[in-house]
Design a protein around this ligand. Structure first.
Ligand code: WTA
Length: 658
């Protein structure tokens, strides 16, 4: 892997500093820099003591023998401990007196003129009953400890119920984002060797119905692995039910008891697989285990979002992403919080929807992505100003670097300059938040994720692992293991080692470039590998290229990122055609469709350029750096001495733009 950005100086200058409001500090879990420094030192110097103490705040059927066993790249946390995360998210909360408290507060998307949307308040007691009924039903269908269950659902409470039911049984879930296409289901079901899919007839999104069950049907033509499909009725749209394979959710839970003992899981038993894009080939199944993930998401939820019993917490992520796993479901529920789920699009029926949700449910803590903030900014503040947002006390951002302009808008227009902002850096692989302000402690700088969380030891280094001086760009690594870290790539431990532990020997390499400023604050500069971050979603250039090349007309394709006002990064594709094919608008459309069909609408290229050759090195490697410069509308300025055919550049510059 090469890292073209390493050594490039960051030109961003941002001197504004915002201290946490005193009224916030007064009630916060962590209230002073001294307290943070003391706890941080302890967590780094004596991690076993620190994490052991935190883990004891949760329920274990059997205490661990050792907090950590570390032999690079394999970490084992809470070795010998037995627990269950579903038990901690439900039973432990009910035992603590939260049985009647709302666990999940859900709002559906449809909203006819003048009528209020559908809202459900599901108490901890009710949620446990729902989870147990489904767990019992799944068990009857043959699901057992150690299996993988695929979940392909809309944003309805039953998505969380399904995850918690799997965890209760000790079966790992593999959640697939509902916006992915049928091909994505095929690949993931095959890789995870999953014989059961939980889905819904459809879901509501931006006023349309999404044909989830149809996508599953289409996928199951291409794989024979799946024997059972559980179907939740959500939209009522007509669907096909295949006899002997498809069963309605309601029939699965009918007559099932409302109690179900939680399996006593080993701390290192698999909790879930979640597929994410890497720099090469097919998405990789990131694996997370039970104990460490539980402790990591529990503690970060508590301290980063300063969760108290009175909070109503809304993380807008879909459960199909890691953010939904960690901060819609497991983190908030293991803290006994009220977690909000909204089914639909932020701009349905218009751009005031999010703000009306905050007003209606008196949301206190709001966690969303920069791409959404930029879209709201562009729509205009009049959508915001018509709503009472005085319940808010804390704002969060995740998924990509937030540009200072969006940060300031978020702070002033949404937070009324009253709410701290936590810009949280982390990844599917890290499981929980890694670099972040603590809202009662850290003075924030717009655009910086600021300081490491407890127990996290990140650094900006060069390829040899040497820490860079203040403000010099480099590779972002983590030098010590942490509880919620990935334990590997499903059935591919070699790839796990190669992908994360060989670029910078001895350290976990994140794939991100960063710099650390004179105050020790981290500034994330974005990916240095071939991964794009489009609207906060991770996409591998290789996946999009392979979708393009699957079209008969395409000989070769190269995909690069380009700056995009809303999405942060857009997708630019350079395509060469096989002989006998000619560029045309119709072909362009077909190629766009091929990408949407194989990956999903989020991967649709913003630009397709036909060209008769791609710039390559003498060894045949596509020179993406040149393509990036072209796609960004720039000229080629960089070094071209390794380019094989100099004429390609001239021809590319005049390539057909789309
Ligand atoms: C990027 C999402 C800057 C980063 C939780 C990382 C961020 C990738 C931030 C992981 C942030 C996430 N500031 N960049 N606050 N948060 N990223 O796996 O490039 O979908 O490596 O996890 O998103 O994306 P993933």
């Amino acid at each position: 892997m090469s890292h073209p950005q390493v050594g490039i100086e960051s030109t961003q200058q941002e001197d504004r500093l915002f201290a946490p409001p005193p009224e916030f500090c007064a009630k916060a879990w962590i209230q002073s820099r001294e307290q943070y420094d003391r706890m941080y030192r302890e967590s780094i110097d004596r991690p076993e003591e620190f994490w052991g103490k935190i883990a004891s705040e949760l329920k274990w059927f059997k205490t661990w023998d050792r907090v950590l066993e570390w032999k690079l790249p394999d970490a084992k946390w809470f070795v010998g401990g037995k627990t269950n995360i579903s038990y901690n998210c439900l039973d432990a909360q009910i035992d603590a007196g939260r049985g009647d408290k709302t666990a999940i507060l859900w709002e559906g998307e449809p909203m006819a003129q003048g009528t209020p949307p559908e809202v459900r308040h599901i108490s901890y007691k009710q949620l446990r009953e729902d989870v147990c009924r489904l767990a019992n039903g799944l068990r009857k269908l043959g699901v057992k400890r150690g299996d993988r269950v695929t979940i392909y659902m809309p944003m309805v409470p039953e998505a969380a119920v399904a995850m918690l039911a799997c965890a209760r049984l000790g079966a790992a879930h593999s959640v697939i984002f509902g916006g992915f296409s049928s091909q994505a289901i095929v690949d993931r079901v095959e890789d995870a060797e999953s014989s059961i899919v939980i889905t819904a007839d459809g879901g509501f999104r931006r006023g349309q119905v999404v044909a989830l069950k149809n996508n599953v049907d289409e996928a199951l033509i291409k794989t024979s692995r799946v024997k059972t499909v559980v179907v939740l009725k959500r939209t009522g749209q007509p669907i096909n039910m295949t006899a002997g394979r498809d069963v309605w959710w309601n029939d699965v839970i009918a007559g099932q008891p409302a109690t179900c003992d939680a399996e006593q899981m080993d701390a290192e038993d698999l909790l879930f697989v979640l597929y994410t894009s890497g720099s090469t080939g097919k998405p990789k199944g990131i694996i997370h285990t039970t104990g460490g993930y539980m402790v990591g998401t529990y503690l970060t939820s508590r301290y980063v979002f300063d969760l108290h019993d009175s909070d109503v917490f809304w993380c807008t992520a879909d459960v199909g992403w890691i953010t939904g796993h960690s901060y819609v479901v497991y983190g908030p529920l293991s803290n006994g919080a009220t977690t909000v789920m909204y089914e639909g699009a932020p701009n349905y029926p218009d751009f005031s929807r999010f703000w009306s949700i905050i007003e209606r449910h008196k949301i206190t803590t709001f966690y969303t992505a920069p791409t959404a903030i930029r879209a709201f900014m562009r729509a205009g503040r009049e959508f915001v100003d018509e709503h009472d947002l005085s319940s808010l006390r804390l704002l969060g951002s995740v998924g990509e670097p937030i540009n200072p302009e969006a940060w300031i808008w978020y702070q002033q227009v949404i937070g009324h300059s009253r709410c701290p902002i936590v810009d949280t850096w982390w990844q599917t692989e890290t499981g929980s938040i890694m670099i972040t302000p603590l809202p009662g402690v850290t003075p924030t700088k717009p655009g910086s994720a600021t300081l490491p969380f407890f127990g996290i030891d990140p650094a900006v280094v060069d390829r040899d692992g040497v820490e860079q001086p203040a403000n010099a760009g480099g590779l972002l690594v983590v030098r010590k293991p942490w509880p919620a870290m990935l334990r590997g790539i499903f059935r591919d431990q070699d790839r796990y080692f190669r992908q994360y532990w060989t670029d910078v020997r001895g350290f976990y390499f994140t794939g991100d470039g960063a710099r650390r400023d004179q105050d020790g604050y981290f500034w994330i500069m974005g990916r240095v590998d071939d991964v794009l971050n489009v609207a906060g979603h991770r996409l591998g250039t290789a996946e999009i290229e392979s979708a393009l090349v699957s079209h008969d007309a395409v000989a070769e394709a190269a995909v690069v990122g380009m700056p995009h006002e809303m999405k942060g990064q857009g997708v630019a594709a350079f395509v060469t055609l096989r002989s006998g094919f000619r560029p045309s608008e119709a072909l362009k459309k077909e190629l766009l469709e091929a990408v949407v069909k194989q990956i999903g609408a989020i991967a649709r290229p913003d630009q397709i350029r036909f060209t008769d050759a791609l710039p390559k090195t003498r060894s045949g490697k596509i020179m993406r750096r040149l393509l990036k410069e072209l796609a960004s509308g720039g000229e080629i300025r960089g070094d071209t001495t390794t380019l094989e055919d100099m004429n390609v550049i001239a021809r590319l510059s005049t390539a057909d733009e789309g």
